[in-house]
Design a protein around this ligand. Structure first.
Ligand code: 5GP
Ligand code: ZN
Length: 112
């Protein structure tokens, strides 16, 4: 999708600081980090959100989560980390391409 921000990052049309990649996933630093480590992990293929990704390609959803854990390992988040995926308006999803936030590097506090 040429008008999708994360598809354009996956296509290297928009620069990003890549920290991990596999044949089907890409992980790069969030432009507005909410924690010392804040990485976004996306499928290279366009899927609206994790719900549609789960329905269309559950193996890819598993790869996405595996990649998120690999990012946490690479970033040495030995104190723990949070994997978060906003889905839809109530959750505040702002980019309509499925993604997992990897957050860590300090105590994150409770959700909400
Ligand atoms: P959401 O709000 O949809 O869960 O997460 C979207 C995330 O994308 C936000 O945390 C936001 O800071 C990040 N973001 C928005 N535009 C860009 C961009 O151009 N580059 C990068 N690296 N992150 C972005
Ligand atoms: Zn996309």
């Amino acid at each position: 999708m040429s008008d999708c921000l994360f598809c354009r990052i996956a296509a290297t049309e928009i620069p990003a600081t890549v920290v991990h990649e596999t044949s089907r996933t890409l992980a790069f630093r969030d432009i507005a980090p909410q924690a010392p480590t804040h990485v976004l992990v996306i499928p290279r293929d366009h899927h609206l959100d994790v719900g549609s990704l789960a329905a269309a390609d559950p193996a890819l959803l598993a790869e996405l989560m595996t990649a998120a854990v690999a990012v946490a390992d690479k970033e040495a988040l030995t104190g723990g980390y949070r994997l978060l995926t906003n889905t839809g308006d109530d959750a505040g999803q702002t980019v309509s391409h499925a993604h997992v936030h990897v957050l860590g590097g300090q105590p994150l506090g409770p959700l909400g």
